[in-house]
Design a protein around this ligand. Structure first.
Ligand code: COA
Length: 159
């Protein structure tokens, strides 16, 4: 399996939307939010916003994952990981880990703290395990944040 990290382009939008939906994790209202972040990072229909950075992972020539991050406004050296998705067909093969490494490599020297907000629902257990296995620690939890019985879990990693 040959994985290549590469920049995202406007032509990736449909694949990004399809794989984000295919995870089955996000509620319908979250898909336009993911695409908004993609559009800002890539510059779809506008100039690219320098506060949103992104990368894609290609496996055997097709896009298998994407990631978007940026400096958290109003902070000194805190960055947010806004979105990471690996196509379900390619999960558990190290693609997400490579995307996370790419993000951390590109933040090096600028970021002090990385924050990522995820969910406490049972179906997010593999996602929480993914972060926990890569040096991210739970810093805050807010019950019923996204919806009743759908908690916010914030992970942070200090660089
Ligand atoms: C979370 C997510 C991005 C992780 O991506 P991924 O490609 O599955 O991640 P990886 O393969 O790098 O790591 C996952 C597991 O695979 C294992 N793995 C890593 N490389 C591997 C390899 N070469 N072969 C087999 N397994 C491997 C890791 O040990 C890891 O297991 P662990 O976390 O239990 O230790 C992906 O599962 C996803 O898109 N989930 C749905 C969307 C989501 O939750 N996004 C985040 C919202 S906050």
């Amino acid at each position: 399996m040959a994985t290549r990290i590469r920049p995202l382009a406007a032509g990736d939008r449909a694949r990004v939307e399809a794989m984000t939906r295919a995870t089955g994790l996000f509620r319908a209202a979250e898909i336009p939010v993911a695409l908004e972040v993609f559009d800002a990072a890539v510059g779809v229909g506008r100039a690219a916003d320098p506060d949103y950075e992104s990368a894609g992972a290609e496996v055997d020539g097709s896009l298998a994952g994407w990631i978007c991050w940026g400096p958290t406004p109003g902070t000194e050296g805190t960055f947010h990981l806004y979105w990471i998705v690996v196509d379900p067909a390619w999960q558990n093969r190290g693609v997400g880990g490579q995307l996370l490494e790419e993000m951390e490599r590109r933040m090096a020297g600028r970021a002090r703290l990385i924050a990522v907000e995820t969910a406490g629902r049972p179906d997010y257990a593999p996602t929480r395990g993914f972060y926990a296995g890569r040096g991210y620690r739970i810093a805050a939890e807010v019950s019923d944040y996204y919806a009743p019985d759908d908690d916010l879990v914030m992970f942070v990693k200090r660089l």
